[in-house]
Design a protein around this ligand. Sequence first.
Ligand code: RP5
Ligand code: MG
Ligand code: MG
Length: 275
Amino acid sequence: METHYKARCNLYPREKDVFRFPVPDDKVKWSVDFPEYKPTNFTSSKVLSKPGTEKKKLNRISHHGKYEVIDGVPRNPVGRTGLRGRGCLGRYGPNHAADPIVTRWLRDTNGDVIKDGHGKPVLEFVAIQRQDCGEWALPGGMVEAGEKVSLTIKREFGEEAMSYLEASDEEKNKISEAIDDLFKNGLEVYSGYVDDPRNTDNCWMETVAVNFHDENGNSVSKIALKAGDDAVGVKWVVLNKDIKLYASHSHLMEQVATKRNASWERPSSEQMQKT
Ligand code: RP5
Ligand code: MG
Ligand code: MG
């Protein structure tokens, strides 16, 4: 992650009157002098009212190695965000999440894979609409204390894209089976800092993003998607460079396109008509 943009959004997420100190592009790096920099210190009351959780066995290690701790608090490794404190994030330093990226090839009505003008096949992926901000995103979530990333990936996909928490016991078994089957051969596409709007100077999101690809269109494509938990919508989205996604999820999707040798172009309306 070279720099961050969403982590410098003016109004802090989920708040009405918490604004960031404006940080121009050339003042993001801590190594650049910025004597006027006086960011507000903000930690949401929800975070402050959760005492004792620090004792849990949470992974405090960054994917980027050692981070600086200044005056007892970790420093965002990418740079200034315009806000100090924990904001609405639970931990100082890295807050670990995991993102499942479920993909299939976009096919025409005959079942043939659609290709872009350069002959590259076009991907579709499962996106959810976040309840907190309405933006479309990967169905990811926080790694719970002591939880393996592989389990977080399955759990979050079940909760957000298959409505596991709202399902009956019988449905729950079916969803778990489908997910176990689908999430067997993952390709890790990214691990590290996420340009999340909740980041502050002292805490930030990191993720492990794993791609599960349905090459032949007969596994993932069969599952029933249903938004649940903190998702209010779920759908297959045609991948291209113009899609607007939450945090730096578009950057994660670019990694998938590169690794799968898939198209990163917007498909023409002619191509879309064939689907
Ligand atoms: C993003 O926040 C991660 O990439 C992940 O998708 C998500 C985790 O937070 P919640 O969805 O649990 O809010 O930075
Ligand atoms: Mg979740
Ligand atoms: Mg989530």
